[in-house]
Design a protein around this ligand. Structure first.
Ligand code: ADP
Ligand code: MG
Length: 409
């Protein structure tokens, strides 16, 4: 076992990772009794858990492959983990224990060694099992306000911020979003949309043929491309969150770049609506269904409202830019973020129904009629949050608009 072994890139197998960690870190004792597993279920990378059976301590190794696990013909730069480990470090500064700790990023092996988020489960998995997480609204609102506002020009020295903008130029990952979120769901121009067959005509009429919608999506796309407002996570769905009853971790930020705050916020909101649709369509017992679905709506409402309160409080406490302290500027700025958040909520809702990448909350609905209904509710609601995005200011604005639409289906 020598350092030599890791001086040029190769894709590690489960048998390599224990010696790799021992070579790179002094995290485990020399006499550790290792058990290693590949645990990756994501689309892009190889993830291993290395555990010392003597102490129970464990660590995670995440390595980038040269081609993507979902599609061997798709390629991304192998050093994309550098952006991910760097942003995890910055987010740790801003949000403390809400992100896992990175111990090492290895530029040769393109691998990251990080804290194992033990005793947490992926939020999407938990929600599709209809578990509830009472801390979520509190934690995610703190995460959003701290990671987004503290990295913006409101707080950060403008030159330092520009250096970060440069460091986080992330063209390959952004291109995926630009295509899969902002373009293809409205025209299937690359012929890779996956649409539930009974909704093909519905998608055609309501998404592909709606020119008024395309105009608003185009505006939001150019906001995404051009508004280097904050350091975004960039892929903040419930598969990027590990959670339990009293704590939340946000991870997997490899889509990070400087973009509009509303993109992260809208992703969180949209993914909670997927969970609602899953509960509504798949829970048989009325009382249980009502309990789960009310929890989700309540969490959406609280997440937005707590974000609003914490945003204003943090703005007042941390603003450094002299002109940003002008009377009424905070209100103006906050309002633009809320409108963006609503717009991006709609984009995420629509792209998971009409685009290439799906969410199990919806694909797990086995009853065809119920899935058709859930998808139509989400498309209709998504269009409303895009087209009328200025009217979504508080949590209750989302809940009211959503309930009105559900009642029509
Ligand atoms: P990808 O970029 O390929 O999507 P992820 O970071 O999402 O990779 O990791 C894939 C899976 O590996 C996660 O869903 C989770 O189950 C597991 N995983 C990744 N990082 C950790 C960690 N720090 N602690 C525990 N599990 C992890
Ligand atoms: Mg992932």
């Amino acid at each position: 076992m020598s350092e030599q072994k890791y001086d040029s890139y190769f894709l590690m197998k489960v048998d390599d990772v224990a010696s790799y960690v021992q070579t790179k870190l002094s995290f485990f004792p020399k006499n550790a009794n290792f058990e290693c597993k590949e645990i990756g279920d994501g689309n892009l990378n190889y993830v291993f858990r290395v555990k010392d059976k003597n102490t129970g301590k464990s660590i995670i190794v995440k390595q980038a492959g040269t081609s993507l696990r979902i599609d061997k013909n798709m390629h991304l730069p192998v050093d994309r983990g550098k952006i991910e480990s760097r942003i995890l470090g910055i987010q740790k500064e801003y949000t403390k224990d809400l992100v896992p700790e990175v111990y090492l990023y290895d530029t040769v092996m393109c691998a990251m060694i990080m804290e194992d988020m033990v005793k947490h489960t992926m939020m999407r998995t938990g929600l599709t099992e209809h578990k509830t997480f009472p801390r979520f609204a509190e934690d995610i609102s703190t995460f959003l306000v701290n990671s987004l506002l503290l990295s913006s020009d409101i707080v950060k020295n403008h030159k330092e911020k520009k250096n970060l903008v440069k460091e986080f130029i992330n063209p390959d990952l952004c291109e995926i979003t630009e295509d899969l979120v902002f373009t293809e769901p409205y025209n299937d121009c690359n012929n890779r949309n996956k649409i539930f067959p009974p909704n093909l005509e519905y998608v055609q009429k309501n998404l592909y043929e709606d020119k008024k919608l395309h105009l608003e999506v185009a505006k939001l796309k150019f906001e995404f491309l051009n508004n280097a407002q904050s350091l975004l996570h960039g892929d903040l769905h419930t598969g990027s969150i590990f959670i339990n009853q009293n704590h939340t971790f946000v991870f997997d930020p490899e889509f990070a770049f400087y973009g509009p705050m509303g993109y992260d916020i809208g992703n969180v909101i949209a993914n909670l609506f997927f969970a609602w649709c899953n509960g509504d369509a798949t829970i048989d017992d009325d009382e249980e269904k009502d309990k789960f679905c009310s929890y989700i709506l309540d969490t959406i409402e609280k997440s937005v409202d707590l974000f609003n309160d914490k945003f204003d409080k943090s703005f007042k406490e941390n603003v450094t830019d002299r002109m940003a302290k002008t009377d009424q500027f905070m209100e103006y700025y906050h309002d633009t973020i809320l409108a963006d958040s609503a717009g991006y909520t709609g984009l995420e809702l629509i792209r998971r129904i009409a685009g290439m990448a799906k969410v199990i909350d919806i694909t797990n609905i086995k009853d065809e009629k119920k899935r058709v209904r859930a998808e139509r509710i989400l498309i209709t609601f998504g269009k409303e949050t895009i087209l009328d995005r200025n009217k979504f200011k508080n949590g209750s604005d989302y809940i009211k608009a959503f309930k009105d639409i559900v009642a029509r289906f």
